[in-house]
Design a protein around this ligand. Structure first.
Ligand SMILES: [Zn+2]
Ligand SMILES: [Zn+2]
Length: 468
Protein backbone atom coordinates (compact mmCIF):
# COMPACT_ATOMS: atom_id res chain seq x y z
CA UNK A 1 0.00 0.00 0.00
CA UNK A 2 2.69 2.46 0.98
CA UNK A 3 4.75 2.03 -2.15
CA UNK A 4 1.72 2.09 -4.40
CA UNK A 5 0.53 5.32 -2.98
CA UNK A 6 3.97 6.79 -3.02
CA UNK A 7 4.42 5.95 -6.68
CA UNK A 8 1.15 7.58 -7.46
CA UNK A 9 1.81 10.82 -5.68
CA UNK A 10 5.18 11.21 -7.33
CA UNK A 11 3.81 11.11 -10.82
CA UNK A 12 4.63 14.76 -11.30
CA UNK A 13 7.47 15.78 -9.10
CA UNK A 14 9.75 12.98 -8.16
CA UNK A 15 11.93 11.38 -10.73
CA UNK A 16 10.06 8.66 -12.48
CA UNK A 17 11.91 5.39 -12.05
CA UNK A 18 10.98 4.34 -15.53
CA UNK A 19 12.85 7.36 -16.73
CA UNK A 20 15.73 7.21 -14.30
CA UNK A 21 18.85 6.48 -16.25
CA UNK A 22 20.57 4.63 -13.48
CA UNK A 23 20.99 1.36 -11.75
CA UNK A 24 19.33 -0.98 -9.37
CA UNK A 25 20.80 0.85 -6.43
CA UNK A 26 18.85 3.88 -7.42
CA UNK A 27 15.70 1.87 -7.66
CA UNK A 28 16.32 0.70 -4.14
CA UNK A 29 16.68 4.24 -2.92
CA UNK A 30 13.58 5.21 -4.77
CA UNK A 31 11.68 2.53 -2.95
CA UNK A 32 13.04 3.43 0.44
CA UNK A 33 12.54 7.13 0.37
CA UNK A 34 9.97 7.67 -2.29
CA UNK A 35 12.24 9.81 -4.39
CA UNK A 36 15.25 9.27 -6.52
CA UNK A 37 18.32 10.70 -4.94
CA UNK A 38 21.31 12.43 -6.42
CA UNK A 39 24.04 10.19 -7.67
CA UNK A 40 27.00 12.49 -7.48
CA UNK A 41 28.19 15.34 -5.32
CA UNK A 42 25.46 14.74 -2.81
CA UNK A 43 26.69 11.74 -0.97
CA UNK A 44 25.89 13.16 2.45
CA UNK A 45 22.54 14.42 1.30
CA UNK A 46 21.71 11.08 -0.16
CA UNK A 47 22.22 9.34 3.16
CA UNK A 48 20.33 12.04 4.88
CA UNK A 49 17.36 11.69 2.57
CA UNK A 50 16.61 8.27 3.86
CA UNK A 51 15.65 9.64 7.21
CA UNK A 52 14.60 13.14 6.25
CA UNK A 53 11.26 14.51 7.37
CA UNK A 54 10.12 14.48 3.77
CA UNK A 55 10.96 10.85 3.41
CA UNK A 56 9.12 10.07 6.56
CA UNK A 57 6.16 12.08 5.46
CA UNK A 58 6.09 10.49 2.08
CA UNK A 59 6.64 6.96 3.17
CA UNK A 60 4.32 7.17 6.12
CA UNK A 61 0.93 5.91 5.25
CA UNK A 62 -2.07 7.22 7.01
CA UNK A 63 -1.86 4.28 9.41
CA UNK A 64 1.19 5.92 10.92
CA UNK A 65 -0.87 8.78 12.24
CA UNK A 66 -2.72 7.96 15.38
CA UNK A 67 -6.13 9.09 16.38
CA UNK A 68 -6.74 10.48 19.80
CA UNK A 69 -10.42 11.16 19.84
CA UNK A 70 -11.36 14.01 22.13
CA UNK A 71 -7.95 14.16 23.73
CA UNK A 72 -7.06 17.79 23.45
CA UNK A 73 -4.64 20.22 24.90
CA UNK A 74 -7.23 22.70 26.14
CA UNK A 75 -4.60 25.40 26.59
CA UNK A 76 -4.17 25.67 22.85
CA UNK A 77 -7.28 27.12 21.28
CA UNK A 78 -8.64 25.28 18.29
CA UNK A 79 -8.24 27.47 15.22
CA UNK A 80 -11.53 27.56 13.37
CA UNK A 81 -11.19 27.09 9.64
CA UNK A 82 -14.73 25.88 9.04
CA UNK A 83 -17.25 26.88 11.71
CA UNK A 84 -19.45 23.94 10.72
CA UNK A 85 -16.43 21.61 10.58
CA UNK A 86 -16.89 18.08 11.81
CA UNK A 87 -13.28 17.24 12.59
CA UNK A 88 -10.35 18.60 14.57
CA UNK A 89 -6.91 18.12 13.11
CA UNK A 90 -4.11 18.26 15.59
CA UNK A 91 -0.89 18.81 13.72
CA UNK A 92 2.49 18.31 15.25
CA UNK A 93 5.64 19.44 13.62
CA UNK A 94 9.17 19.31 14.92
CA UNK A 95 11.59 22.07 14.05
CA UNK A 96 15.07 22.01 15.57
CA UNK A 97 14.04 19.41 18.12
CA UNK A 98 11.14 21.43 19.47
CA UNK A 99 7.70 20.15 18.67
CA UNK A 100 4.90 22.57 18.00
CA UNK A 101 1.30 21.52 18.01
CA UNK A 102 -1.67 23.28 16.46
CA UNK A 103 -5.33 22.27 16.22
CA UNK A 104 -7.81 23.22 13.49
CA UNK A 105 -11.54 22.73 13.08
CA UNK A 106 -12.03 21.59 9.53
CA UNK A 107 -14.58 20.03 7.23
CA UNK A 108 -13.67 16.40 6.67
CA UNK A 109 -15.49 16.36 3.33
CA UNK A 110 -13.33 19.23 2.04
CA UNK A 111 -10.22 17.40 3.16
CA UNK A 112 -11.34 14.24 1.42
CA UNK A 113 -12.18 16.08 -1.80
CA UNK A 114 -9.01 18.09 -2.18
CA UNK A 115 -6.31 16.00 -0.53
CA UNK A 116 -5.55 12.49 -1.68
CA UNK A 117 -3.78 11.94 1.61
CA UNK A 118 -6.92 12.65 3.65
CA UNK A 119 -9.13 10.89 1.12
CA UNK A 120 -7.16 7.77 1.82
CA UNK A 121 -6.90 8.29 5.56
CA UNK A 122 -10.62 8.96 5.95
CA UNK A 123 -11.91 6.27 3.61
CA UNK A 124 -14.32 4.18 5.66
CA UNK A 125 -13.20 0.67 6.39
CA UNK A 126 -9.67 1.27 5.30
CA UNK A 127 -7.93 2.58 8.38
CA UNK A 128 -9.00 2.55 11.98
CA UNK A 129 -8.80 6.36 11.97
CA UNK A 130 -11.72 6.63 9.60
CA UNK A 131 -13.83 4.18 11.60
CA UNK A 132 -13.14 5.98 14.85
CA UNK A 133 -14.15 9.30 13.29
CA UNK A 134 -17.29 7.67 11.91
CA UNK A 135 -18.25 6.23 15.31
CA UNK A 136 -17.69 9.53 17.02
CA UNK A 137 -19.78 11.33 14.41
CA UNK A 138 -22.59 8.87 14.94
CA UNK A 139 -22.74 9.48 18.66
CA UNK A 140 -22.45 13.26 18.19
CA UNK A 141 -25.34 13.21 15.73
CA UNK A 142 -27.51 11.51 18.33
CA UNK A 143 -26.63 14.31 20.71
CA UNK A 144 -26.67 17.38 18.43
CA UNK A 145 -28.45 16.24 15.24
CA UNK A 146 -26.29 18.62 13.25
CA UNK A 147 -22.54 18.28 13.70
CA UNK A 148 -22.14 21.99 13.05
CA UNK A 149 -23.69 22.55 16.47
CA UNK A 150 -21.16 20.38 18.27
CA UNK A 151 -18.47 22.26 20.16
CA UNK A 152 -14.98 21.83 18.71
CA UNK A 153 -13.72 20.19 21.88
CA UNK A 154 -16.15 17.32 21.42
CA UNK A 155 -15.34 16.59 17.79
CA UNK A 156 -13.19 13.64 16.83
CA UNK A 157 -9.54 14.59 16.68
CA UNK A 158 -7.06 13.33 14.19
CA UNK A 159 -3.38 13.68 14.97
CA UNK A 160 -0.96 14.22 12.15
CA UNK A 161 2.77 14.48 12.44
CA UNK A 162 5.11 16.36 10.15
CA UNK A 163 4.00 18.79 7.48
CA UNK A 164 7.05 18.54 5.22
CA UNK A 165 10.33 20.40 4.90
CA UNK A 166 9.02 23.85 5.66
CA UNK A 167 10.83 26.77 7.23
CA UNK A 168 8.63 29.08 9.27
CA UNK A 169 8.79 31.11 12.42
CA UNK A 170 5.29 30.14 13.46
CA UNK A 171 3.39 27.10 12.33
CA UNK A 172 -0.17 28.27 13.01
CA UNK A 173 -0.51 30.96 10.32
CA UNK A 174 1.05 28.75 7.66
CA UNK A 175 -1.29 25.85 8.33
CA UNK A 176 -4.26 28.21 8.62
CA UNK A 177 -3.40 29.59 5.17
CA UNK A 178 -3.14 26.09 3.77
CA UNK A 179 -6.47 24.97 5.22
CA UNK A 180 -8.16 28.18 4.15
CA UNK A 181 -7.05 27.59 0.57
CA UNK A 182 -8.23 24.01 0.82
CA UNK A 183 -11.63 25.21 2.02
CA UNK A 184 -11.89 27.66 -0.88
CA UNK A 185 -11.32 30.73 1.28
CA UNK A 186 -9.06 33.67 0.62
CA UNK A 187 -5.67 34.36 2.09
CA UNK A 188 -3.42 37.40 1.77
CA UNK A 189 -2.91 37.98 -1.94
CA UNK A 190 -0.32 37.80 -3.13
CA UNK A 191 1.26 35.99 -0.22
CA UNK A 192 4.94 36.72 0.39
CA UNK A 193 6.95 34.31 -1.70
CA UNK A 194 8.32 32.45 1.33
CA UNK A 195 4.75 31.82 2.53
CA UNK A 196 3.70 30.58 -0.86
CA UNK A 197 6.67 28.22 -0.95
CA UNK A 198 5.80 26.86 2.50
CA UNK A 199 2.14 26.45 1.56
CA UNK A 200 3.18 24.52 -1.54
CA UNK A 201 5.42 22.24 0.54
CA UNK A 202 2.57 21.47 2.95
CA UNK A 203 0.19 20.94 0.02
CA UNK A 204 2.67 18.55 -1.55
CA UNK A 205 2.99 16.64 1.71
CA UNK A 206 -0.80 16.17 1.88
CA UNK A 207 -1.15 15.54 -1.83
CA UNK A 208 -3.32 18.62 -2.27
CA UNK A 209 -1.37 20.63 -4.82
CA UNK A 210 -4.23 20.83 -7.32
CA UNK A 211 -6.33 23.00 -5.04
CA UNK A 212 -3.42 25.40 -4.43
CA UNK A 213 -2.72 25.54 -8.18
CA UNK A 214 -6.33 26.41 -8.85
CA UNK A 215 -6.19 29.08 -6.17
CA UNK A 216 -3.07 30.81 -7.51
CA UNK A 217 -4.44 30.66 -11.05
CA UNK A 218 -7.71 32.21 -9.98
CA UNK A 219 -5.93 34.91 -7.99
CA UNK A 220 -3.33 35.48 -10.72
CA UNK A 221 -0.76 35.21 -7.96
CA UNK A 222 2.23 34.69 -10.24
CA UNK A 223 1.41 37.69 -12.37
CA UNK A 224 0.82 39.87 -9.31
CA UNK A 225 4.11 38.81 -7.76
CA UNK A 226 5.90 39.46 -11.05
CA UNK A 227 4.31 42.89 -11.24
CA UNK A 228 5.54 43.76 -7.77
CA UNK A 229 9.15 42.97 -8.61
CA UNK A 230 11.08 45.37 -10.83
CA UNK A 231 13.68 43.94 -13.20
CA UNK A 232 16.38 45.40 -10.99
CA UNK A 233 14.94 43.83 -7.84
CA UNK A 234 14.57 40.55 -9.66
CA UNK A 235 18.22 40.54 -10.67
CA UNK A 236 19.19 41.25 -7.07
CA UNK A 237 17.14 38.40 -5.56
CA UNK A 238 19.10 36.33 -3.05
CA UNK A 239 19.77 32.67 -3.66
CA UNK A 240 17.11 31.72 -1.11
CA UNK A 241 14.45 33.86 -2.78
CA UNK A 242 15.36 32.48 -6.19
CA UNK A 243 15.15 28.94 -4.86
CA UNK A 244 11.76 29.64 -3.29
CA UNK A 245 10.51 30.95 -6.61
CA UNK A 246 11.78 27.94 -8.46
CA UNK A 247 10.21 25.54 -5.97
CA UNK A 248 6.89 27.36 -6.18
CA UNK A 249 7.10 27.26 -9.97
CA UNK A 250 7.82 23.53 -9.88
CA UNK A 251 5.11 22.59 -7.40
CA UNK A 252 2.46 24.94 -8.76
CA UNK A 253 3.29 24.62 -12.47
CA UNK A 254 4.52 28.00 -13.54
CA UNK A 255 6.63 27.43 -16.61
CA UNK A 256 8.12 30.90 -16.85
CA UNK A 257 9.37 30.88 -13.26
CA UNK A 258 10.80 27.41 -13.63
CA UNK A 259 12.64 28.41 -16.80
CA UNK A 260 13.89 31.70 -15.44
CA UNK A 261 14.93 30.68 -11.96
CA UNK A 262 16.34 27.27 -12.83
CA UNK A 263 18.54 29.10 -15.31
CA UNK A 264 19.51 31.65 -12.68
CA UNK A 265 20.59 28.96 -10.21
CA UNK A 266 22.60 27.16 -12.85
CA UNK A 267 24.14 30.34 -14.18
CA UNK A 268 25.08 31.74 -10.78
CA UNK A 269 26.66 28.47 -9.72
CA UNK A 270 24.30 27.92 -6.80
CA UNK A 271 24.55 24.18 -7.31
CA UNK A 272 26.08 21.06 -5.86
CA UNK A 273 25.77 21.86 -2.17
CA UNK A 274 25.43 19.49 0.71
CA UNK A 275 22.47 20.61 2.74
CA UNK A 276 21.38 19.47 6.19
CA UNK A 277 18.21 17.43 6.30
CA UNK A 278 16.57 20.08 8.43
CA UNK A 279 16.91 22.61 5.60
CA UNK A 280 13.76 23.75 3.82
CA UNK A 281 12.83 21.92 0.64
CA UNK A 282 13.92 24.83 -1.57
CA UNK A 283 17.52 24.16 -0.49
CA UNK A 284 17.22 20.62 -1.78
CA UNK A 285 14.92 20.86 -4.77
CA UNK A 286 12.92 17.69 -5.42
CA UNK A 287 12.82 15.33 -8.37
CA UNK A 288 16.53 15.55 -9.21
CA UNK A 289 16.38 19.20 -10.20
CA UNK A 290 19.47 19.95 -8.10
CA UNK A 291 21.45 17.28 -9.85
CA UNK A 292 20.20 18.25 -13.29
CA UNK A 293 21.16 21.89 -12.77
CA UNK A 294 24.62 21.00 -11.47
CA UNK A 295 25.12 18.78 -14.51
CA UNK A 296 23.91 21.44 -16.93
CA UNK A 297 26.34 23.92 -15.44
CA UNK A 298 29.22 21.48 -15.79
CA UNK A 299 28.27 20.93 -19.42
CA UNK A 300 28.18 24.65 -20.14
CA UNK A 301 31.54 25.21 -18.45
CA UNK A 302 33.02 22.36 -20.43
CA UNK A 303 31.67 23.92 -23.63
CA UNK A 304 33.23 27.28 -22.87
CA UNK A 305 36.50 25.58 -22.09
CA UNK A 306 36.35 23.65 -25.34
CA UNK A 307 36.11 26.97 -27.15
CA UNK A 308 39.38 28.14 -25.58
CA UNK A 309 41.01 24.80 -26.32
CA UNK A 310 39.88 25.12 -29.91
CA UNK A 311 41.85 28.35 -30.39
CA UNK A 312 44.89 27.12 -28.51
CA UNK A 313 44.91 23.99 -30.65
CA UNK A 314 44.52 26.01 -33.85
CA UNK A 315 47.44 28.27 -33.05
CA UNK A 316 49.72 25.54 -31.80
CA UNK A 317 49.10 23.46 -34.93
CA UNK A 318 51.30 23.69 -38.01
CA UNK A 319 48.49 25.14 -40.04
CA UNK A 320 48.92 28.81 -40.83
CA UNK A 321 46.20 30.97 -39.26
CA UNK A 322 47.34 34.37 -40.47
CA UNK A 323 44.79 35.85 -42.84
CA UNK A 324 47.07 37.99 -44.94
CA UNK A 325 47.05 35.59 -47.88
CA UNK A 326 50.13 35.97 -50.02
CA UNK A 327 52.01 37.79 -47.26
CA UNK A 328 50.89 35.58 -44.39
CA UNK A 329 53.56 35.16 -41.78
CA UNK A 330 54.39 32.63 -39.02
CA UNK A 331 55.37 35.57 -36.81
CA UNK A 332 51.77 36.75 -36.90
CA UNK A 333 50.57 33.35 -35.65
CA UNK A 334 53.16 33.26 -32.87
CA UNK A 335 52.21 36.74 -31.84
CA UNK A 336 48.50 35.87 -31.75
CA UNK A 337 49.16 32.69 -29.77
CA UNK A 338 51.22 34.62 -27.24
CA UNK A 339 48.66 37.40 -26.78
CA UNK A 340 45.80 34.94 -26.59
CA UNK A 341 47.48 32.89 -23.90
CA UNK A 342 48.33 36.00 -21.98
CA UNK A 343 44.71 37.10 -22.16
CA UNK A 344 43.35 33.73 -21.00
CA UNK A 345 45.85 33.53 -18.15
CA UNK A 346 45.10 37.09 -17.11
CA UNK A 347 41.35 36.41 -17.04
CA UNK A 348 41.87 33.26 -14.99
CA UNK A 349 40.51 30.98 -17.70
CA UNK A 350 43.81 29.27 -18.44
CA UNK A 351 46.57 27.98 -16.22
CA UNK A 352 49.96 27.00 -17.56
CA UNK A 353 51.25 23.88 -15.89
CA UNK A 354 54.23 21.68 -16.43
CA UNK A 355 53.58 18.02 -17.02
CA UNK A 356 57.01 16.75 -15.95
CA UNK A 357 55.93 16.18 -12.40
CA UNK A 358 52.59 16.55 -10.70
CA UNK A 359 53.01 19.10 -7.95
CA UNK A 360 49.72 20.91 -7.86
CA UNK A 361 46.11 20.20 -7.13
CA UNK A 362 43.97 20.44 -10.25
CA UNK A 363 42.21 23.80 -10.46
CA UNK A 364 38.71 24.13 -9.06
CA UNK A 365 35.88 24.68 -11.54
CA UNK A 366 34.83 28.24 -12.16
CA UNK A 367 32.33 29.13 -9.44
CA UNK A 368 31.07 32.50 -10.65
CA UNK A 369 28.33 33.78 -12.90
CA UNK A 370 28.25 32.37 -16.44
CA UNK A 371 27.26 35.75 -17.85
CA UNK A 372 30.31 37.26 -16.24
CA UNK A 373 32.54 34.54 -17.69
CA UNK A 374 31.24 35.11 -21.21
CA UNK A 375 31.49 38.88 -20.81
CA UNK A 376 35.10 38.54 -19.74
CA UNK A 377 35.96 36.49 -22.82
CA UNK A 378 34.08 38.93 -24.99
CA UNK A 379 36.53 41.62 -23.95
CA UNK A 380 39.39 39.95 -25.80
CA UNK A 381 41.23 42.74 -27.66
CA UNK A 382 41.78 42.69 -31.41
CA UNK A 383 45.49 41.99 -31.29
CA UNK A 384 47.48 43.02 -34.34
CA UNK A 385 51.19 42.43 -34.95
CA UNK A 386 51.44 45.41 -37.31
CA UNK A 387 49.15 47.64 -39.35
CA UNK A 388 48.81 45.13 -42.20
CA UNK A 389 47.50 42.20 -40.15
CA UNK A 390 44.21 43.79 -39.34
CA UNK A 391 41.96 40.68 -39.20
CA UNK A 392 44.32 38.06 -37.81
CA UNK A 393 43.32 38.32 -34.14
CA UNK A 394 41.07 35.78 -32.42
CA UNK A 395 38.53 38.44 -31.52
CA UNK A 396 37.09 38.28 -35.04
CA UNK A 397 36.53 34.55 -34.65
CA UNK A 398 35.78 34.30 -30.93
CA UNK A 399 33.01 36.88 -30.58
CA UNK A 400 30.60 35.28 -33.09
CA UNK A 401 31.11 31.93 -31.35
CA UNK A 402 30.39 33.53 -27.98
CA UNK A 403 27.22 34.99 -29.49
CA UNK A 404 26.20 31.55 -30.67
CA UNK A 405 26.91 30.10 -27.25
CA UNK A 406 24.86 32.80 -25.58
CA UNK A 407 21.93 32.13 -27.90
CA UNK A 408 21.93 28.47 -27.04
CA UNK A 409 22.45 29.23 -23.38
CA UNK A 410 19.21 31.19 -23.27
CA UNK A 411 17.42 27.86 -23.79
CA UNK A 412 19.27 26.02 -21.04
CA UNK A 413 16.72 26.62 -18.26
CA UNK A 414 14.34 23.82 -17.35
CA UNK A 415 11.16 23.44 -19.37
CA UNK A 416 8.59 22.23 -16.88
CA UNK A 417 6.28 20.62 -19.45
CA UNK A 418 9.03 18.48 -20.90
CA UNK A 419 10.53 17.81 -17.47
CA UNK A 420 7.22 16.44 -16.25
CA UNK A 421 5.88 14.76 -19.34
CA UNK A 422 8.88 13.28 -21.15
CA UNK A 423 11.88 13.53 -18.92
CA UNK A 424 13.65 10.60 -20.51
CA UNK A 425 13.86 12.46 -23.81
CA UNK A 426 14.38 15.82 -22.27
CA UNK A 427 16.81 15.70 -19.32
CA UNK A 428 20.48 16.31 -19.91
CA UNK A 429 21.34 13.93 -17.11
CA UNK A 430 21.49 10.44 -18.46
CA UNK A 431 21.08 11.59 -22.07
CA UNK A 432 23.42 10.03 -24.60
CA UNK A 433 26.17 12.50 -25.40
CA UNK A 434 26.54 13.16 -29.13
CA UNK A 435 30.04 12.31 -30.34
CA UNK A 436 30.43 15.43 -32.39
CA UNK A 437 28.57 18.72 -32.45
CA UNK A 438 28.92 20.75 -35.64
CA UNK A 439 28.26 24.42 -35.99
CA UNK A 440 26.11 23.81 -39.04
CA UNK A 441 23.59 22.03 -36.82
CA UNK A 442 21.18 24.89 -36.93
CA UNK A 443 18.26 22.98 -35.49
CA UNK A 444 17.49 25.84 -33.18
CA UNK A 445 16.27 27.99 -36.01
CA UNK A 446 14.45 25.43 -38.06
CA UNK A 447 12.31 23.20 -35.95
CA UNK A 448 9.85 23.10 -33.15
CA UNK A 449 9.87 23.01 -29.38
CA UNK A 450 11.50 19.62 -28.84
CA UNK A 451 14.26 20.30 -31.37
CA UNK A 452 15.08 23.50 -29.59
CA UNK A 453 15.79 21.48 -26.47
CA UNK A 454 17.76 18.84 -28.33
CA UNK A 455 19.78 21.42 -30.27
CA UNK A 456 20.77 23.13 -27.05
CA UNK A 457 21.56 19.93 -25.24
CA UNK A 458 23.59 18.56 -28.15
CA UNK A 459 25.90 21.55 -28.13
CA UNK A 460 26.52 21.49 -24.40
CA UNK A 461 26.78 17.76 -23.91
CA UNK A 462 28.77 16.79 -27.03
CA UNK A 463 32.01 14.92 -26.40
CA UNK A 464 33.61 16.97 -29.15
CA UNK A 465 32.69 20.20 -30.86
CA UNK A 466 33.76 21.38 -34.27
CA UNK A 467 34.03 25.13 -33.74
CA UNK A 468 35.58 26.00 -37.09
ZN1 LIG B 1 48.34 37.91 -39.82
ZN1 LIG C 1 9.89 21.76 -23.49
Amino acid sequence: MASGRSAHRHRHYAADTRHAPDTSQQTLEETLSGEVLPRTKHIKTRQAHLTSPVSRARSSTPTGDGITAAVLDYDAPIIEIASHGDLVLRIEHTINESTISKAFRVDSQVLRTHSKYFASLLQPGRFSEADTVEDKHKSLREQYRDLAAAPAAELPTLSIEDVGRISVKSLGPLLADFFHVLHGMNIQNPPPIANLANIAIVADRFDALEMVKTYVQRKKTFRTLEGKTTAKQDQALSEEKVRQRLLVGLLLDDSSWVDKYSFRIMSKGWVGKDVPISAALWWDLPSRIEEELAYRRDCVLETVQSLLSHFLTLYTSRERQCKLGYDSSPQCDSFQLGEMMRFFVRTGTLQLRGTIIDTEEPPESYAGDLDHLLDTLRQVPEYQIDKFHSHCGIRTKLVPLLDLLQRHLSHAGICIECWQDRRLDYAWLGAKRPLLWKKEDRRLLKYGHGDLHVGTRDLFTATERAWS
